[in-house]
Design a binder for this molecule. Structure first.
Ligand code: ZN
Length: 129
């Protein structure tokens, strides 16, 4: 499981609050319009250390801060990463979806608007689009 957490490849878990969003997202040094974020909670692992539990994964084309603010109060924490392109963000979103099967994701990630992207995960059988 620890291996899977490393593979999410997103930033450090942060509390999902207005202050954190403003400081780390809105004013983030590498701000980009392409991003991936996960929402979840903190649980104590077997080793006694807190660990982040991913409950939802999504990507944003545009304003990540605005999207995150919609979820304040619903989740304890978030992790995120900016990407250079929508393609890179979508690929990572799919990888996280398949690796973690977040409980709150009812369906596989939607391809970004105006693209023909398909899931990069080799054993993906989803043909919903
Ligand atoms: Zn897939």
């Amino acid at each position: 499981m620890a291996e899977k957490i490393a593979k999410a490849g997103l930033g450090t878990p942060l509390p999902l609050t207005e202050e954190m969003i403003k400081e780390h997202v809105d004013n983030g040094e590498d701000w980009s319009s392409a991003s991936v974020f996960v929402l979840g909670g903190i649980r104590k692992g077997k080793d006694g250390k807190p660990r982040f539990v991913i409950r939802r994964v999504s990507h944003v084309d545009g304003d990540l801060g605005a999207e995150l603010r919609k979820h304040i109060g619903d989740y304890k924490g978030f992790r995120f990463k900016f990407f250079r392109s929508t393609r890179n963000a979508f690929d990572r979103e799919c990888e996280i979806y398949h690796a973690f099967k977040p409980r709150k994701n009812k369906a596989p990630p939607n391809k970004p608007k105006n693209t023909k992207f398909t899931c990069p995960v080799p054993d993906c059988t989803f043909e919903g689009w």
